[in-house]
Design a protein around this ligand. Structure first.
Ligand SMILES: *[C@@H]1O[C@H](CO)[C@@H](O)[C@H](O)[C@H]1NC(C)=O
Ligand SMILES: *[C@@H]1O[C@H](CO)[C@@H](O)[C@H](O)[C@H]1NC(C)=O
Ligand SMILES: *[C@@H]1O[C@H](CO)[C@@H](O)[C@H](O)[C@H]1NC(C)=O
Length: 294
């Protein structure tokens, strides 16, 4: 069997699936190209040293590298898995006193941000850090990356919905996967490097998502400039929408699907806007320093 096929078969998706991650990045890219093209170009230059064979030629652009932190899992590098999420217990029956593990996505974002912005020459480290940051800005906007349920059915937690079985389709049979697939809207993993038609598809998706949830619509959310607050926002959405109106073994109702799709669309747009804003803040001082030494 071809290695690539084997990897695809083994690939356990456990974050927005690749298309959702790319969409967050693609929205950020379009925002930057509109208002801060120098920041976008600088970000591309940070990615450049690891483009090519080292990243299997599937992560050579800002948009496509959004999936790289999951790609490395299928190539056997799994040590970083716990850093993709922060499982705040949702504990309606008072079943647990579990604490949130300290190795979590807030810790990762804080540290990779330090790596990225440190005033030193570190092309390899900064390229790695930026790739993770692009990905984690997606992850923290997935409600089930910020929540795990404890109740009498799941006294040891449902692992962020991964153990909460439901009926949806051939590829989605648990709650975490339902939300990772953007409630079935972004279920197809597009082959990378993206084809011209799939780039057009990404443009179309970005236009739809940002058309439905504009910066103006999200003005309040965009005023919260704090990663911890963002994860609490996701936690609240998980309690109010991911776990509400559904039981283990259910097929999600049409109302559940409709509401959840709106939440997903909003979260993906918000993730893209926040990623763009973060990069403007983090990279502008670096660009200014670079200019001084030209
Ligand atoms: C990243 O680091 C900068 C500089 O220390 C800081 O101003 C900014 O708030 C940090 N952003 C995040 C998301 O941690
Ligand atoms: C909202 O999204 C839908 C697809 O889900 C799309 O058909 C529609 O055009 C979008 N609205 C705007 C204003 O972009
Ligand atoms: C972010 O919000 C958390 C929770 O409200 C708070 O404890 C923390 O101090 C805030 N961090 C910053 C940098 O403002």
């Amino acid at each position: 069997m071809k290695l690539a096929v084997l990897i695809a078969l083994l690939g356990l998706a456990n974050a927005w699936w690749c298309t959702g991650h790319m969409l967050v990045a693609h929205i950020a890219q379009q925002q930057l190209l509109q208002s801060h093209p120098a920041v976008y170009n600088f970000a591309q230059s940070i990615l450049a040293p690891l483009n090519g064979d080292l990243t299997h030629n599937i992560a050579n652009t800002f948009t496509e590298t959004a999936c790289w932190p999951d790609d490395i899992k299928s190539y056997g590098l799994q040590q970083i898995d716990p850093f993709h999420y922060i499982d705040k217990p949702y504990n309606p029956q008072g079943m647990t006193t579990a604490q949130i593990p300290l190795e979590n996505v807030i810790y990762s974002i804080t540290n990779f941000n330090e790596t990225l912005t440190k005033p030193i020459e570190a092309p390899f480290e900064k390229s790695v850090a930026l790739r993770f940051l692009i990905h984690f800005f997606g992850d923290i906007h997935q409600p089930l990356h910020c929540t795990t349920l404890f109740n009498d059915e799941f006294p040891n937690s449902d692992n962020g919905g991964n153990s909460f079985t439901i009926v949806y389709d051939d590829d989605v049979n648990e709650l975490h996967a339902l939300w990772d697939s953007a409630i079935g809207m972004l279920e197809d993993d597009l082959p990378r490097p993206l084809s011209d038609s799939n780039w057009e598809y990404m443009d179309q998706l970005a236009a739809w998502y940002t058309g439905n949830y504009t910066r103006n619509d999200l003005e309040l959310e965009l005023s919260y400039d704090n990663v911890t607050v963002w994860t609490l926002e996701s936690y609240t959405l998980a309690v109010d929408y991911a776990y509400y109106g559904i039981q283990v073994g259910d097929r999600p109702s049409p109302q559940y699907v409709e509401t959840a799709r709106q939440i997903v669309m909003k979260q993906i747009a918000l993730g893209g806007y926040r990623l763009a804003d973060f990069l403007i803040e983090a990279l502008t001082p670096m660009i200014q320093i670079e200019e001084l030494f030209k």
